[in-house]
Design a protein. Structure first.
Lengths: 456, 101
C-alpha cells in the first residue's frame, strides 16, 4: 500500500492546517502538491515566472517543508512556479534554500527540469517525432525558434528518477498534474489504472469532495485500486463527488492521456465506505502505448499591447455605442495611416464594449431589452514594439475622450478613469504548441540535478 | 420552451487545456437528465458555440446525471483575440439556451 498526502490543489491556495496535521499523523509515504498549470494563460510560460506572490509562496512552502520534516517522507512539487519553466523552478529552489538557511535545516533537493531547447524539438520535428494533437497550430523551425520557453510534461518515470536520488524535496518543472501523485504507487507496484485514476482524482486536493476549500486529501493505493479520504472535519467524499471530478478541466471524462499510455475509467466502480467519508475505486484500466511520448507546451511573443478604456454614461451614446465604435475605428485607422504610415495589418485594434458583449463577442445571444445605464469601451492596441503600441494608444486616446457621433454637435467628453488613460501592458504571449514528442527513453528530454543543502 | 439553466442544478464551463473548452450540465435528477438528454440538440449547441458539430464532443453520463460538451477554442486561451482566459463564461450562453417545444 502507498499512502499519498495532498495538502491542496496548488501551492498558493492554502489548506486546513488541522487536516494536514491529521494527514501527517496518518503516516503518509509521500507529500505531493501541484505548483501550476496553463490555466492562468500564456504570459507565465512566456516569461517563465510564477503568478503567486513570493511571500505567499514562501509561507506555504515553508509549512510544507515543516510537514516533510515531521512526516520524514519526500515532499514533491510538480510544475513549480506556475509554468514549470527552468527560471520558475530556480525561483522556487531559491525560496527553498532561503527557508532552509533561515531555519538551519539540511536537505537533499532533487531538481527536475523540463525545458526543451528549440534545437532538440526541431531535430525531433525533422524526423517525424513531433506529432500534432487536435487542434494544433502549424509549427515550423521558425515557430520553435520564436518560443521564449518550451517545456515537456514529465510523467511518472521522471518523478521516480528524482525520488530515486533519495531526495527529501523534489522540485519539478512542468509535469502532468497526475504524475507527482501516481509515480510512487507505480514504483511500488500498485495497480497502474488505480495509480493514475487516483492521481487524477487527487490532483486538485479536496475539490473531489464536499468542502473543497479545506484542501487536504489522502489517497491509499494498493494492488486493486485506491481509496480517497478528505481529511478536514466536515469534508466527505461520495461516489458522486469523486466520479464527477473526472469531468473537471478534462475534455473527455473517461480517457486521460499520459506519457507512456492512457487511463481508461469507463469500467471504474465507485463505492462509499462505512466511515461515510471515504470512497473506494476499482476497475480503472491503464493502457500502455507503443511509443513513449511527452506533451509539449510553448509560448512566444504575440507583440506588445496598450489598453485605453473609456466609460460612457451619456444615454444617447450608450444607445448608439456600436455606431460610435465603428466611427472611431474608421477615423483612427485613417490617422494611423496618415501619421505613422501604418496599414490595418501593421497593428491590431479592437474596441470591446463592456456591458454588452465584451465577454462572448460574436457568440453573445442576449438581445438588450433595456438600455444599459453605462458601458465601458476597452480599446486594445497590439503592435510589434512597445513604442508603437504606446504611440497608437496615444492616438486612440482623443477619440475615446471626445469623438462625436455627428459633426455638428458640441464636442462630447466621456469618462476616463485615470491619467494617463493608456495602460501599457508590455509584451504579451501566446501558446503555440499542442503537440507530443516521441522519446527513446523517458529521461532523454529531462535534466535531473541533486543539491545537498548542509546547515549542520 | 424554457431556458436550460432553469431545469438544471448547475452549468459549469472551464478550459480543458489551452485549446479546448468543456461545459458540464449537472441535471440534478434522473428525470431531468432523461428529458434534457433527449431535448438538447447537439446541432443547436454546436451552432451556439459556432463550432463544427463533427469536432464537438458530447458525453451523456447517466450515472452522474451530467451532459458534458467539449469543443476546440475558436481563440486559443490568452491569444490576442481571446476574451475569457479561463473559459467559464461559455456556461452562461448554454444556460440561456431555450430547449423543448
Amino acid at each position: 500500500m502507498t499512502r499519498v498526502l495532498i495538502p491542496t490543489g496548488a501551492l498558493g491556495l492554502g489548506w486546513d492546517q488541522a487536516a494536514l496535521d491529521r494527514g501527517i499523523a496518518n503516516g503518509p509515504d509521500l507529500i505531493a502538491i501541484d505548483g501550476g498549470s496553463t490555466d492562468s494563460g500564456p504570459s507565465y510560460l512566456g516569461r517563465g515566472v510564477s503568478k503567486y506572490a513570493r511571500a505567499s509562496t514562501k509561507r506555504e512552502w515553508g509549512l510544507l517543508i515543516d510537514a516533510q520534516r515531521q512526516a520524514g517522507v519526500p515532499l514533491v512539487i510538480g510544475t513549480a512556479g506556475t509554468c514549470g519553466a527552468g527560471s520558475a523552478v530556480d525561483w522556487l529552489l531559491d525560496i527553498t534554500q532561503e527557508i532552509l538557511a533561515e531555519t538551519g535545516q539540511s536537505a537533499r533537493i532533487a531538481v527536475l527540469k523540463s525545458d526543451q531547447p528549440a534545437v532538440r524539438v526541431k531535430a525531433a520535428l525533422a524526423i517525424g517525432r513531433v506529432t500534432p494533437l487536435s487542434p494544433a497550430p502549424d509549427i515550423s523551425d521558425a515557430v520553435l525558434d520564436s518560443c521564449t520557453n518550451i517545456v515537456a510534461l514529465a510523467g511518472a518515470e521522471q518523478i521516480n528518477a528524482a525520488l530515486a536520488t533519495g531526495a527529501d524535496i523534489v522540485i519539478a518543472g512542468r509535469t502532468t498534474d497526475t504524475a507527482i501523485i501516481a509515480a510512487l504507487p507505480l514504483a511500488n507496484g500498485n495497480h497502474a489504472g488505480g495509480a493514475w485514476h487516483g492521481a487524477k482524482i487527487g490532483e486538485c486536493g479536496a475539490l473531489c469532495a464536499t468542502h473543497p476549500q479545506s484542501g487536504v486529501l489522502q489517497i491509499d493505493f494498493d494492488a486493486t485500486g485506491f481509496t480517497v479520504t478528505p481529511l478536514a472535519d466536515l469534508a466527505r467524499a461520495t461516489p458522486h463527488t469523486v466520479s464527477a471530478h473526472m469531468l473537471y478541466e478534462n475534455a473527455d471524462p473517461f480517457i486521460l492521456h499520459e506519457p507512456g499510455g492512457h487511463l481508461d475509467v469507463t469500467g471504474a466502480i465507485y463505492t462509499a465506505l462505512d466511515d461515510r467519508s471515504s470512497v473506494r475505486v476499482e476497475g480503472s484500466e491503464w493502457v500502455p502505448s507503443d511509443r513513449y511520448t511527452v506533451k509539449l507546451e510553448g509560448a512566444r511573443s504575440a507583440g506588445f499591447q496598450t489598453v485605453v478604456m473609456a466609460l460612457v454614461r451619456d444615454r444617447h451614446y450608450v444607445t448608439h455605442v456600436d455606431a460610435w465604435c465603428r466611427s472611431i475605428e474608421t477615423a483612427f485607422r485613417a490617422k494611423a495611416q496618415d501619421r505613422l504610415g501604418l496599414g490595418p495589418n501593421d497593428y491590431r485594434l479592437e474596441l470591446r464594449v463592456i456591458g454588452r458583449d465584451a465577454t462572448m463577442g460574436p457568440l453573445e445571444t442576449a438581445t438588450a431589452t433595456a438600455t444599459a445605464t453605462e458601458v465601458g469601451v476597452m480599446g486594445l492596441v497590439t503592435a510589434n514594439t512597445a513604442a508603437r503600441a504606446n504611440e497608437l494608444g496615444k492616438m486612440l486616446n482623443p477619440y475615446l475622450l471626445h469623438h462625436p457621433l455627428t459633426p455638428e454637435e458640441e464636442v462630447p467628453t466621456f469618462a476616463f478613469p485615470f491619467s494617463p488613460a493608456e495602460i501599457d501592458r508590455g509584451e504579451i504571449f501566446e501558446f503555440c504548441l499542442n503537440h507530443v514528442m516521441t522519446l527513446d527513453s523517458p529521461m532523454d528530454a529531462f535534466d535531473l540535478h541533486v543539491h545537498e543543502v548542509d546547515h549542520g | 420552451m424554457a431556458e436550460l439553466r432553469d431545469m438544471v442544478e448547475k452549468v459549469r464551463a472551464k478550459n480543458a487545456g489551452p485549446f479546448w473548452i468543456t461545459v458540464d450540465v449537472f441535471c440534478g435528477s434522473q428525470e431531468a437528465f432523461d428529458w434534457i438528454s433527449a431535448a438538447l440538440d447537439t446541432g443547436a449547441v454546436a451552432a451556439l458555440f459556432d463550432t463544427p458539430a463533427q469536432t464537438l464532443k458530447r458525453f451523456d453520463i447517466a450515472d452522474l446525471h451530467v451532459i458534458k460538451i467539449s469543443f476546440p477554442r475558436a481563440a486559443v486561451q490568452g491569444a490576442p483575440d481571446d476574451r475569457d482566459m479561463h473559459g467559464a463564461s461559455f456556461a452562461a450562453i448554454l444556460g440561456e439556451l431555450r430547449i423543448g417545444d
